[in-house]
Design a protein around this ligand. Structure first.
Ligand code: C2O
Ligand code: CU
Length: 467
């Protein structure tokens, strides 16, 4: 077994060469195997890694190129690879028992598809236990039409779970507290009698598999515009991300270009979401880019951004609180106005429930998968889904194989629907509306909560194309 930090080697993304741009096919090999992962001092974590690192390598392909990945499973457990955010043939979607048989340890599987749509995507094991242990990484589908920046970085935020609390959370009896930052909507929404039982506790907090102060520094110069591609790969927690003394301009939600960019102090990234955001360096100095939370080890999730000569300066930091911070919200990005979102086409109402203390069930319309109501579609049909969340936790709902439009949030209509594949539905009565067209390849596409605990406990259904 390999030992060591096993962190992803490079985070800086060099522009693709003309040669890479001209290739018809991009070929990768991903081997999953055990990794004893020790990003910070303390006991090593029994991880699983793609190509020996957590997260796995950043994979890059240009939109329209043929993408091939040979998956070699040496992890000791069955596994698949799901290409989160991609529209691809259903047989390549990597869902055990639905689109393929799980690949047994010792066997291999070939994934191949034409890479579309462009954007910041990611890949991860879809079989129980793989994501929490480290089988994930970023996939970038380059958009030749994208604006150019002076520098570009891939940032994967992930946290190392205490695996015992994962088991306890699945039974609804975990002692782990909520760790959202002070001033966050998550903490404000808590009711005095909320006894969670469903949170996981984390023993280390990483950016690209490293903890502060060992995280790789980002060297910039005054005048540069720097693009960040940020993924929250935490299996259960929303992350707030802030760069001290800088505003971030968000351009893409889940990799898809937003109609109008939004400038904020901090990102708010639900589980499995991605945001592309850029900042401009206007003065010399050193600043921390941080994941905010109220957990004592939160300081680990930070890296230094500095101009020349400030490599070893003590960096400006942000408080671990959101009081007075202008953070990203769907409402501000989408231009929320009055009026319930109109529902075009066939409408479905999904009530998200369950998760009581001591329960191992998270439900859609009172049922757990596979007994949840399925959405049957015919090609070209317009579908809308209206969610209502009756539980005490947010739910990052994710649809495979499609980009949907987030058309409404908490009773407000969005003037500029956000193009997404994952979106949070707020706890305690929050609502969300989606619209999509059934124009993806035929098959069975999962729709589930991306909080790993909730998914495993039943909050999952399918969009099924009638052949
Ligand atoms: Cu990130 Cu079912 O997937
Ligand atoms: Cu959930």
């Amino acid at each position: 077994m390999r030992r060591g930090a096993g962190a992803m080697a490079a985070i800086s993304l060099a522009p693709l060469s003309l040669r890479a741009l001209a290739e018809d096919t991009v070929q990768y090999e991903l081997t999953a195997s055990p990794l004893s992962f020790a990003p910070a001092s303390g006991p090593a974590f029994a991880g699983l890694a793609f190509n020996g690192s957590i997260p796995g390598p950043v994979l890059r392909v240009v939109a329209g190129q043929r993408f091939r990945a040979r998956f070699i499973n040496r992890s000791g457990k069955p596994a698949t690879i799901h290409w989160h955010g991609m529209v691809l043939p259903n047989a390549m979607d990597g869902v055990e028992n639905i689109t393929q048989r799980a690949v047994p340890s010792g066997e291999e599987f070939d994934y191949q598809f034409v890479a579309n749509p462009p954007g910041t995507r990611w890949y991860h094991d879809h079989v129980r236990g793989g994501l929490v242990r480290g089988l994930f990484g970023m996939l970038i589908v380059e958009d030749p039409a994208d604006e150019r920046y002076d520098a570009e970085y891939a940032l994967v935020f992930h946290d190392v779970p205490n695996l015992a609390t994962v088991e306890q959370a699945m039974m609804g009896v975990s002692p782990a507290p909520m760790v959202d930052p002070l001033g966050s909507p998550e903490l404000r929404e808590m009711l005095p009698d909320d006894r969670m039982g469903d949170e996981v506790s984390y023993v280390a907090h990483c950016i690209n598999g490293q903890t502060y102060p060992s995280t790789q520094k980002i060297a910039v110069t005054v005048g540069q515009r720097v693009r960040l591609r940020v993924l929250n790969a935490n299996p259960t927690q929303t992350r707030y991300v802030r760069l001290a003394e800088h505003r971030l301009t968000v351009t893409h939600s889940d990799g898809n270009r937003m109609e109008k960019p939004l400038e904020v102090d901090a990102l708010r990234i639900g589980v499995a979401e991605r945001y592309d955001a850029w900042f401009e360096v206007t003065k010399p100095g050193a600043w921390l880019l941080q994941g905010l939370s109220s957990e004592p080890l939160a300081y680990q999730q930070a890296l230094v951004v500095h101009t020349p000569g400030f490599e070893n300066a003590s960096p400006a930091a942000s408080p671990q609180s959101l009081a007075g911070v202008d953070f990203f919200s769907y409402e501000s990005a989408g231009g929320a106005g009055d009026g319930e979102p109109r529902s075009g086409g066939t409408a479905y109402d999904f009530t998200l429930g369950g998760g009581e203390y001591g329960s191992d069930k998270w439900t859609i319309n009172g049922k757990t998968y596979p007994n949840t109501p399925k959405i049957f579609v015919t090609r070209g049909e317009h579908v809308s889904i209206h969610y209502k969340n009756t539980t005490d936790m947010d739910h990052p709902m994710h649809l495979h194989g499609h980009v949907f439009r987030l058309t409404g949030v908490d009773g407000k209509q969005l003037a500029r629907p956000l193009p997404k594949d994952t979106a949070l539905v707020r706890a305690h009565g929050g609502t969300a509306s989606w619209a999509f067209t059934a124009d993806s390849p035929s098959g069975r596409w999962l729709l589930h909560c991306h909080n790993d605990i909730h998914m495993m406990d039943g909050m999952m259904t399918e969009v099924v194309y009638r052949s």
